[in-house]
Ligand binder design. Structure first.
Ligand SMILES: Nc1ncnc2c1ncn2[C@@H]1O[C@H](COP(=O)(O)OP(=O)(O)OP(=O)(O)O)[C@@H](O)[C@H]1O
Length: 380
């Protein structure tokens, strides 16, 4: 859908809100804020979600994800900000449409199905119109969630994963413009979860639903999201495609939210910082300013060729540094090896694919992937 001058005339969009001809986001949130008892829990949140796009609100417990979702749903009022769905204002100054008038579907962790209704009755619960059309929609959805033969069963006869798929079918049945999901997979065991996430994603994409999914699990966000909005203390601190969020974190905490990190500390001098791995360019950091160079464990490489025995690194190697193994753990897909660096006694962890369990005390040369380092101001 595109906004035209006619839409603006009809009050469907504000002048200047969208360029003529530009696709309207299915969901647009601007300046959303909410306080409880004088404490701001959501501050100035902005989101824009296109049809068929999944945006994950990701952040630690208590950062305001659910409150944001509840305001979009209309079950919580806003203190400030606006919520637009398909070019229509749902909430704003002096306006608060109830949830049932917002064209949204909701799925939560405790997706209670009606126990006294059959699967088919549960799915058709929110549908109106001729019964033949309702029955056809229910059949179609049950087929797509792979549970066509369960139509006449009752919820207690279904496993947790099956119930979750019925809840998805029920939420999608009225063809909501926007689907709001709050930790919908967290009640499922690990073995089921991946399959159900993928199946859910496929159906949401087919239906071209705009999705906001709340999760505190970075893996889930990376797997599901087209866009991640990383929240902290009620604010979105960074948003973008999973690749960008992971590979260009806005600060140390954003980097640490997705994986363990190594921190190499130094002091900037003449836009350079000395480390056990040689000099790093640290432009923009004042002389004498503390600097933290962040590197994920998978980007700290063990130089197996040298194996701790070979000649000292040449100037061309430049970036190798020696560390002694102080701990090695095998985690199945990878091994985590912790080193104490000879140069300054700092501790760094390398992740090695597969099994690598070197003896404690063994000295190895380490290399650092400089293109995968993030440089941030350090603490004084
Ligand atoms: N109705 C309310 N009254 C008072 N405080 C509330 C209310 N709802 C939420 N809060 C507080 O607002 C803060 C944010 O809560 P919210 O549920 O949005 O966080 P969250 O990021 O979704 O966390 P979680 O992942 O633990 O659910 C919390 O400190 C919570 O206690």
């Amino acid at each position: 859908m595109t906004v035209t001058a006619k839409d603006i005339g009809k009050g469907k969009a504000e002048p200047g809100q969208f360029e003529a001809g530009q696709a309207v986001p299915r969901l647009e949130v601007k300046g959303l804020s909410r306080s409880f008892a004088g404490r701001a829990v959501v501050q100035d949140v902005a989101l824009s979600v296109a049809p068929g796009q999944v945006t994950c609100l990701l952040g630690p417990s208590g950062c305001g994800k659910s409150t944001t979702l509840r305001m979009i749903a209309g079950v919580e009022t806003t203190d400030a900000g606006e919520i637009w769905i398909d070019g229509q204002r749902m909430a704003g100054p002096g306006l608060h449409l109830p949830p049932e008038r917002r064209g949204i579907g909701m799925m939560f962790q405790d997706f209670a199905l009606f126990p006294h209704l059959t699967v088919a009755q549960n799915v058709s619960f929110g549908l109106s119109g001729p019964s033949a059309a309702k029955a056809a929609r229910v059949r179609d959805l049950l087929e797509r969630v792979g549970l066509a033969s369960f139509a006449s069963k009752h919820p207690h006869q279904l496993s947790g994963g099956e119930q979750q798929r019925i809840a998805l079918a029920r939420a999608l049945a009225p063809r909501p413009q926007v689907m709001l999901m709050d930790e919908p997979f967290s009640g499922l065991d690990n073995r089921l979860r991946d399959g159900i996430r993928d199946a859910t994603l496929e159906i949401l994409k087919e239906e071209r639903t705009a999705v906001v999914l709340v999760t505190h699990e970075p893996d889930e966000a990376m797997r599901m999201a087209d866009e991640i909005a990383l929240m902290r203390g009620g604010r979105i601190v960074q948003s973008g495609a999973p690749y960008n969020i992971y590979n260009a974190p806005v600060d140390k905490a954003a980097a640490a939210f997705f994986s363990d990190i190594n921190v190499i500390r130094g002091t900037s001098k003449g836009a350079l910082t000395q480390t056990p791995f040689g000099e790093f360019l640290t432009p923009g950091h004042a002389d004498g300013a503390p600097v933290e160079i962040i590197i994920r464990p998978q980007h700290l490489k063990i130089d197996f060729d040298r194996g701790g025995r070979g000649p000292l690194p040449t100037p061309q190697d430049g970036t190798a540094a020696r560390g002694r193994v102080v701990r090695a753990r095998y985690l199945g897909r990878e091994s985590l090896v912790e080193f104490e660096m000879e140069a300054d006694g700092s501790r760094l962890t390398a992740s090695v694919p597969g099994v690598f369990m070197p003896q404690l005390g063994r000295a190895l040369w380490l290399m650092i992937r400089r293109d995968r380092c993030f440089v941030f101001p350090g603490q004084r």
